[in-house]
Design a protein around this ligand. Structure first.
Ligand code: NDP
Length: 328
């Protein structure tokens, strides 16, 4: 039987999500990879234990995480039921809908039909009555924003989610969505976007600035650029790396193109007394408006290393310039 570490809340820092009442751990765990049917169940359990033992209360999923789509939610639901049922009120569980989940016109994008049906399916897979945060996973250029936001409102008002979030939105769309959600009295509190030393999109598309202005939280996914911003690819492509175990999203060519930058960043991290993973996460967390970094992991030891980033999240002006010069 799993007994969480009683010291867990002394090992993590928590930050208020925008101006909401919700605090999130500054490091959260995402289940996009390694929790599907191709993963090892014992390893999944151990990663969840390591995370929670170290104060990571927030676990992020989506309807389509796998492979196969849906299997990460099924596996996580089993882990919850077998080990965490006494701790539901200590957990923040999020899921999303917005990408292709089932065939036909109702299993994708942002219609009311899709979002409501998808969350019902997610709850069944995880064996939960509600999720803490439900996200619309990506902007839908065709469905009226009022319809998508109306579906989020219905979801919250029916008690199936406590808060809502938007993922992969840009600044102008975020602003319009905020107005609609605020009129509908929906607790919209968080944006989930990609952000790392290698990907500055949210600085350019207005999301970062607009979220800050509107006092919404920002949780950053792929803060390690899927593993590139670690020391793992410095000497070739390891067999246990994402590139080899699941080459759908991170390609060997991308890693090779970035290698010189990774080597230079690794040197800088060493000078700061951090690993590259620690420095990359600290860099994302250095700004006040960032609520949490949403990491992935393939083994518990990576979670332990990544949490150490919190020990030093400040940078000198010179270090920031050096990071920009290397990476941009
Ligand atoms: P990261 O950039 O943190 O990459 C995680 C991967 O990097 C791990 O799976 C592991 O891969 C490697 N890694 C992690 N820590 C270390 C370490 N200390 N040393 C060496 N290698 C390490 O994030 P992800 O890309 O996995 O995304 C994180 C989460 O963000 C997802 O699980 C999901 O919840 C969310 N997300 C949301 C999206 C959205 O559209 N809203 C899109 C994508 C992600 P390896 O197998 O190589 O060991």
């Amino acid at each position: 039987m799993y007994n969480p570490d009683e010291e867990r809340y002394n090992k993590m820092l928590y930050k208020r999500c925008g101006n909401s009442g919700l605090k999130l751990p500054m490091v959260s765990l995402g289940l996009w990879h390694n929790f599907g049917d191709t993963g090892n169940y014992e390893n999944m359990e151990n990663m969840c234990f390591t995370a929670f033992d170290n104060g990571i209360t927030h676990f992020d999923l989506a309807n389509n995480y796998g492979p196969a789509p849906g299997s990460a939610e099924i596996n996580f639901g089993k882990i919850l039921k077998e080990n965490f049922s006494a701790y539901r009120d200590e957990l923040i569980i999020s899921t999303k809908a917005g990408y292709t989940m089932w065939p036909g016109p109702y299993g994708d994008w942002g219609s009311r039909k899709y979002l409501i049906a998808s969350l019902d399916q997610s709850l069944q897979r995880m064996k939960l009555d509600y999720v803490d945060i439900f996200y619309h996973h990506r902007m839908d250029p065709e469905t009226p924003l009022e319809e998508t936001m109306g579906a989020l409102a219905q979801i919250v008002h029916s008690g199936k989610a406590l808060y809502v979030g938007l993922s992969n939105y840009d600044g102008p769309t975020l602003e319009k969505a905020t107005t609609i959600l605020s009129d509908l009295r929906v607790p919209f509190i968080i944006n989930q976007n990609r952000y790392s030393i290698f990907d500055r999109t949210i600085e350019k598309n207005g999301l970062n600035q607009k979220a800050t202005e509107l006092k919404k939280g920002i949780i950053c996914f792929s803060p390690l650029a899927q593993g590139m911003l670690t020391d793992k690819y410095l000497e070739g492509i390891p067999e246990d790396s994402r590139i080899r175990t699941d080459g759908r999203f991170l390609k060997e060519t991308t890693v090779n193109e970035k290698l010189d930058k990774v080597v230079a960043l690794n040197k800088l991290a060493k000078k700061r007394g951090q690993t590259l993973a620690e420095m990359a996460l600290a860099w994302v967390l250095k700004d006040d408006n960032i609520t949490s970094v949403l990491i992935g992991a393939s083994k518990p030891s990576q979670i332990l290393e990544n949490i150490k980033a919190l020990e030093n999240t400040s940078f000198t002006e010179e270090e920031l310039i050096q990071i920009d010069n290397i990476s941009l």
